[in-house]
Design a protein around this ligand. Structure first.
Ligand SMILES: *Cc1c(COP(=O)(O)O)cnc(C)c1O
Length: 365
């Protein structure tokens, strides 16, 4: 392709797909991120040539030269979204155009060529079409789609690569909370930060996760499920979790989340929650929340609920907070009413069971 935004995909069906019986066994309990479908999408990019060789092909290992630039300087970005099976046998996705736009924004930040947004959405549709039998049936399941792109050029110099590979893989996933929604305990790390002003915090790049893993391990060591990062400058204000945005609900119904100042990943769930909460009559504030205020407002009872949100878990109540000097509960450690209502509203929308006034649900098949 050069010029237009439309790519022609060559379809090469997997000659040896997983058998129907084996697939059914895998779909019975897929967990998260360990079962994969029969196919993948690949698209190549080279400077001067543009995007080319768009394919749907058998999922297989990617041959890579040891000097491929991504292995040395981490020029890599990704996305995550889900495809849902509808009651009438169709397939929908939730706001895929927003993921396409964010993927392009991440690419620009990492000095990578942005994939045309139409080609991004088309690549997802192609993969879901050929692997649609991998979407788990039933209430809780979905097909998690993982588009990603990395510098494939064989070169050790430090500069933006001039060759890239874009890939989409798909993974059937079951319920995030198999036994029903359970509040998580979070660890506010005193040692690590996730993103600094001017850094890559707003880009969905693998490097942000690489640097967060030690903090997540610290959270686990302290008996917590997830880590919360404070701002890198003053270590005072709440940024977000390792892979989820955070919300605070006060006794007067106000719903607060930290503002997007470049150090927070602009979550599509975050944006959707803001819209839904405003629609439900809540006052919405995007403003900094200090950890000191978080503690004080939890102690006074003014802060009623805290939750985290992202594509994988949708909305997760936070029931307990721990830090080196102590810890405290939120809402007695139970899921809050506003949290659970927003969660239900979002899940109903995503699964096609509710009216869609914002035009967020895309029927793809
Ligand atoms: C992907 C991600 C989120 C959530 O984004 P969604 O679009 O809602 O899935 C939040 N924080 C980080 C660091 C992320 O990588």
């Amino acid at each position: 392709m050069s010029g237009g935004d439309k790519l022609d995909f060559e379809i090469r069906p997997n000659p040896a797909p997983v058998s129907v019986a084996d697939r059914a066994a895998l779909l019975a309990n897929p967990g998260f991120g360990r079962v994969f479908t029969d196919h993948m999408v690949t698209i190549r990019y080279a400077d001067g040539k543009g995007w080319y060789d768009a394919r749907v092909e058998a999922r297989a290992p990617i041959p890579m030269d040891p000097a491929a630039a991504v292995l040395h300087y981490a020029q890599e970005i990704f996305e995550g979204l889900k495809a849902y099976r509808t009651a009438d046998g169709g397939v929908t996705m939730f706001r895929p155009e927003a993921n396409a736009a964010r993927f392009a924004a991440s690419a620009r930040r990492m000095a990578m060529p942005p994939l045309p947004e139409e080609a991004f959405v088309d690549s997802l549709r192609r993969l879901v079409e050929i692997d649609r039998d991998w979407i788990p049936a039933g209430e809780d399941g979905s097909l998690y789609l993982r588009p990603f792109m990395f510098a494939s050029e064989v070169f050790l110099g430090v500069r933006p690569a001039n060759e890239y590979l874009y890939v989409v893989i798909a993974s059937p996933v079951g319920a995030y909370f198999p036994g029903g929604v359970k509040p998580v305990t979070v660890w506010v790390t005193p040692d690590y930060t996730r993103a600094a002003p001017g850094g890559t915090g707003a880009a969905k790049c693998g490097g942000n996760y690489a640097s967060s893993l030690v903090a997540q391990a610290e959270a686990i060591e302290h008996g917590c499920d997830q880590v919360v990062f404070l701002d890198a400058v003053e270590r005072r204000f709440v940024d977000e979790l390792g892979g989820m945005n955070v919300f605070f609900v006060y006794d007067d119904g106000t719903v607060v989340t930290p503002p997007l100042t470049g150090t927070i990943l602009p979550g599509i769930t975050r944006e959707s929650v803001l819209t839904l909460a405003a629609g439900a009559g809540h006052r919405i504030e995007e403003r900094p929340v200090s950890f000191a205020d978080w503690q004080a407002d939890a102690a006074s009872g003014r802060l009623r609920e805290v939750f985290a949100c992202g594509t994988a878990a949708v909305i997760t109540p936070i029931g307990e907070v721990r830090f080196p000097d102590g810890g405290f509960l939120i809402g007695g450690g139970e899921p809050g009413r506003v949290t659970m209502a927003l969660r239900q509203q979002l899940v109903d929308l995503q699964r096609g069971g509710a009216a869609d006034p914002h035009g967020w649900v895309r029927r793809i098949l």
